[in-house]
Structures are given as C-alpha cells and as structure tokens.
Design a protein around this ligand. Sequence first.
Ligand code: NAD
Length: 477
Amino acid sequence: MDIVGLAAPANAIEAIFHRQRSLSRTAPPPDLAERLDRLRRLRGLLASHEEAFASAISDDFGHRPAIETMLTETLFLLGEIKHTVRSLKGWMAPRRVATQLQFWPAKNRLLPQPLGVVGVIAPWNYPLQLTLAPAIGAIAAGNRVMIKPSEFAPRFAGLLREAVGKSFDATELAVTGIENGVAEVFSALPFDHLVFTGSTKVGRIVAAAAGRNLTPVTLELGGKSPVIVDRSADVAKVAERVAYAKLLNAGQTCIAPDYVFVPEAMRDALAEQLQSAMTRMIGSAPANPDYTSIISDRHYARLDGLVADAVARGAGLVQPQAIDTAAWKSRRKFPPTILLGAKPEMAIMQEEIFGPVLPIMSYRDAGEPIAYVNAHDRPLALYWFGEDTATRDDVLARTVSGGATINDCLLHFAQVNQPMGGVGASGCGAYHGPWGFDAFSKLKPVFYRSPLNRFADAYPPYGPKIARLIKLIRFVS
Ligand code: NAD
C-alpha cells in the first residue's frame, strides 16, 4: 500500500493477523471453559466501560442520549452474551445426523469447529454493538478475532482498542487503528471469515477483496426498508411506532423505516399523527437531550440535499413549526421531516436515507406496494401494519426482505433466537445467537463406519452377491 504513514499500522495489523492465524493452526481449539472465560471478560469490559462508551459515542456524534446507547447497544450485547454463555455447551456438542439404512449400524455426526481467524469491519452508527456482536459469535465458535472500527467514531474506536487491549491478549481479540488505508489493508487479509457491516457500495469492494482470498463473507448491508400500512391499520399506533423507529439514533439505523406506503384516504391523517408523535417524543427545539445528532457535516449536507431535491420535484414538506434552521444545524440535529407525495424519481427514493426524513407514498390497490418493493433491491427489513391477516400473509409471501416486523418496527432484530441478515443488495449470511455460532463454525460432517456393515465392502470383483445387495438396498430404501 503506498499510503503515506500507513507502513507502521499496516505492519502491526499484518503481524497480529499472522500470530492469530499461526496459533489457530497449531494450538488446540479453545475448550468450553476458555470460550466462556473470553465471553465473561467481554461482559466485564462492557460493564466497566458502559458510561465511558456512551460518552465517547455521544462525543463522536455531537450528541447521543446515553440511554439510547444503553438501550440499543449495551443492553443488546449483554443479552447476547448471557444467551451465548447459557447455550454454548449445547451449541458446541456434536450434532446427531440420521444414517441411511444401507450404512447401518454406523453413525453420522456434525462436529462444530472454529474456522480460525475472523475479521470484523464495523460502521459508525452503532459502533459498540456492531464491533462486538459479531465478535461474541466468533469467540463462542472458538475463533480468534480482529476488529476494524469506523473512522467516523474515533473516540469510541480509541476507547474500545484500549479496553480490549487491557482485557485480552492480541492473539485472542485485537482492535486495529482507524488510520487512512487501514480498511483496505484489513480487508485484503486472508481471514477464515470476514464480517462486514456497512453500506452496499463498500460491501461490494470488501466482497471483491475477500473473494481474492476465497474468504467467505457475512455482509450486513443497508438499503431502503419500507413500511406498508394496510387499510385495516390503526393510524395512531402506526404513527407512534414509525415515528419512534425513525427518530431513534436520528434515523441512522440500518433497519430504520425508510419510507411509508399508505392508502390514499389515510395519508393526511397519518402525516398529521406522525408529526404530533414526533413532537411529543423529541419536542420542537434542537436542544432536546433525547435526540441524537447527525454524525458529520457531510452527512447533514447530504440529508439537506435529499430534502431540497424532493421539494423541488413537488413533495410537500412537513417539519416542526417556526423552525430555526441555523440552530438545528449548529448542533447537527436534523429536524424530523415528513415528505408528502414522494415519487420514485426523487433522489430520496433512490438511496438509503439514513436520517430522520420520512417520505410518504400513497396507494389505491393493495398490490401496488408489493409491486414497488419487488421492482427494487431486496430490503433489509419490511414493516407491515394492519389487522387483515390475509393481506398480511400475502405481503409476507410475495416480498423477500432480510427480516420483517408486523405491527411495529425494528423488533425482529431484538430476538435472540432469530438470525439477523440481509438478502440480495441488503446483504448475505446472518448471525446472532445460534446462527452466529454456526456462521463462524465449520460444521464438519463425520461418518463413523461400523465393522458390522457389509454394504461398504462392495469391492470388485463384483459378483451376484453384490448385485443382490444392491437390489435389496433399492427395495428397502
Ligand atoms: P461504510 O460502508 O461507509 O463503512 C463501513 C466500514 O467499512 C467502515 O469501518 C469503513 O472504514 C470501512 N471501509 C470503507 N471503505 C472501505 C474499503 N475500501 N475497504 C474496506 N473497508 C472499507 O458504512 P457506514 O457509513 O459506516 O455505515 C452506514 C451503512 O451501514 C448504512 O448503509 C447502513 O444501512 C449500514 N448498516 C448495516 C447494518 C446491518 O446490520 N445490516 C447495521 C448498521 C449499518
């Protein structure tokens, strides 16, 4: 890499990788006790740095309520560790697999084994959760892990590196720096598995880099997650739940509702109730401490541009009353914005919004939202609101998304026994709980031959005895 000043960090990253890789090939795989010890150290690190992490993340954003970090990041991770610690013995055990009659009385087992070294590349929007959640699954599966945090959350990244350095040997778990060019060096390493969480655009680059090493990837990407409101829905409930999901982390959430489809006759009532729900939640002044800032001026300007383009193309703008634009901008807080009459040709309908701006499109026929979703990239999440179960099941059956929540948003993500992952342009692979353990393991099929079985001895010279054996097997199987 000929990036000025990168030589030292690049060498250090490569050195850690080679030490981890070499140990993963020479030392015996960590047993249950060792894995539990690593998970408990991770839990200790989280507990002892809970406030420091929340404060570093808030500084990186400009402002983020500590309670939001605890709710969406710390609590999630502690739950994931608890679930993993409780279940790990069972996940690690060899799995019974049925054996066909002709091989009886032999047995089949699937043996979960660590892959070796797992790399994790994380984004800035939930910097704690998205660095450590893949690490929990990878450590549980017995791997050594390297993490590359995002350069957009530098205070958090420095703190994580320091905290992990104190609790772990770098051969168990290591966090890299975030200097320019580190991301490219990192994604070029021949990991045994690479987890990338970030944009679809960078996901393509990372997948290509991993492909050169035949490194398998889990890609946790973004996209436009729709909300479909059915005519059987309760507008007040929709408004409250969608408003919350859109304002959480100021919309900088991969599975945030991106845009809404609502029956034409319900559109204005929904917009009105959305606006009052948003005002109830975060008030109408930018100083509100329960509302998160946008991560950078560049990201703020992008949102401004998307709104301006939509308005120039005819969208109706709904924002808090008497808005003091400069005051919001100086705190990098983006005013909650609803765009009525959004159209597919607007820029806001063509890229992931990733901010507190909610375009609303209306429909007449229940087939329209389904056709629209299917004509675009597969979304990471889909939300459906209503009571008509036949329409609900039709939408679920005819659309493909990474996940879905019915009559709320985001909550499918919080389920420890469900996999989290996208599909198509929103990602591939999945993790969390047992799904993460399996994703970061080699499930090795092993056949234990029985000395009593004769079928496996069907060696030449073939004669009538073997022909009879084949006939018998065909008859009974
Ligand atoms: P990003 O793609 O810009 O960056 C993600 C990570 O990739 C960062 O660590 C960055 O340093 C690294 N990176 C950048 N260029 C790279 C390169 N050339 N090679 C290797 N690594 C490189 O994403 P972001 O802005 O940090 O995060 C926002 C995006 O992440 C949104 O699209 C959001 O939907 C998505 N996201 C997805 C999930 C999920 O679970 N599916 C969760 C959170 C965020």
